[in-house]
Design a protein around this ligand. Structure first.
Ligand code: CA
Length: 265
């Protein structure tokens, strides 16, 4: 629970991760702390991918509690440098990198906002009014093919280039895309590695999120569904449900009874 300019922001958040059915090592990492959620999907083989994704998470642990758009972007740049230094010092880790997607509660002009950032093909979605929308844009070869109208999102999930990403921490370019959204009413954020979206389409994700009673059961149900659908990759999700208590139409009808009576007379 966070104080929000006289209102309480209720946040229910949970994470779940699974190695999947094919891989022996889980190279995804995540961070879930008050007002900050990060998913990182490491790559590089020879146990380097999990090192890269952990370095990304550690950079964000250091700015938690002092987070704004500048410190969060500095954490991404710091993670990028640390991964490159580690790879340079250990030739067996050459070429390692990681995706990064995150949601952070920050103040912008004294008003609470969600700051969303992304590098690579992990994703952040937002569910509001029962509708799920992908906020982030994948930095991936198949995303460019979809944008060009050459393949469909369904074809992308089985495309031979589906694992080729065009931006990652640990390489160049590594600059995150960012979005700033005012905190508003009831909303749910879903952060995930591509092990989730490689197995389930957006309609599946929406149905599970809408049907779950809380963040923990939503996160667990999403991971279980991805593993049952094939589990060809590591799967990591964070579900963050928030409610700032604000209702668009409630304020017009819930003024005090005494006020009603006074106006009538
Ligand atoms: Ca992956």
């Amino acid at each position: 629970m966070c104080e929000l300019r006289g209102r309480q922001l209720r946040v229910d958040a949970a994470a779940a991760t699974h190695v999947g059915r094919v891989r022996s090592l889980n190279e995804d990492s995540y961070l879930l702390a008050e007002g900050l959620a990060i998913v990182a999907d490491g790559m590089g083989g020879h146990a380097a991918g999990d090192v890269a994704s952990r370095l990304a998470v550690q950079a964000f642990e250091q700015v938690h509690g002092d987070q704004d758009s500048e410190t969060l972007l500095a954490a991404a740049h710091s993670a990028n440098r640390r991964i490159q230094e580690e790879a340079a010092a250990h030739p067996d880790k050459a070429g390692m990198g990681t995706t990064l997607t995150g949601v952070a509660l920050i103040q912008n002009g004294g008003v609470p906002h969600w700051f969303v950032f992304n590098v690579g093909d992990s994703r952040t979605y937002r569910l509001a009014d029962g509708h799920l929308a992908q906020l982030t844009v994948d930095h991936a070869e198949v995303a460019e093919l979809i944008a060009a109208g050459r393949i469909s999102p369904e074809q992308a999930r089985r495309h031979p280039l589906r694992n080729v990403i065009t931006r990652a921490l640990g390489s160049e370019p590594a600059e995150p895309d960012t979005w700033l959204l005012p905190v508003r009413g009831e909303e749910t954020f879903l952060l995930c590695s591509d092990g989730l979206t490689g197995e389930l389409n957006d309609d599946d994700l929406e149905a599970i999120l809408v049907g779950a009673s809380d963040a923990q059961s939503a996160a667990q149900a999403l991971v279980t569904a991805a593993v049952e659908a094939g589990g060809r990759d590591n799967v990591t999700v964070i579900v963050l449900r928030s409610d700032d208590g604000h209702r668009e139409d409630a304020e017009t009808v819930t003024f005090p009874r005494s006020e009603l009576l006074r106006r009538d007379t």
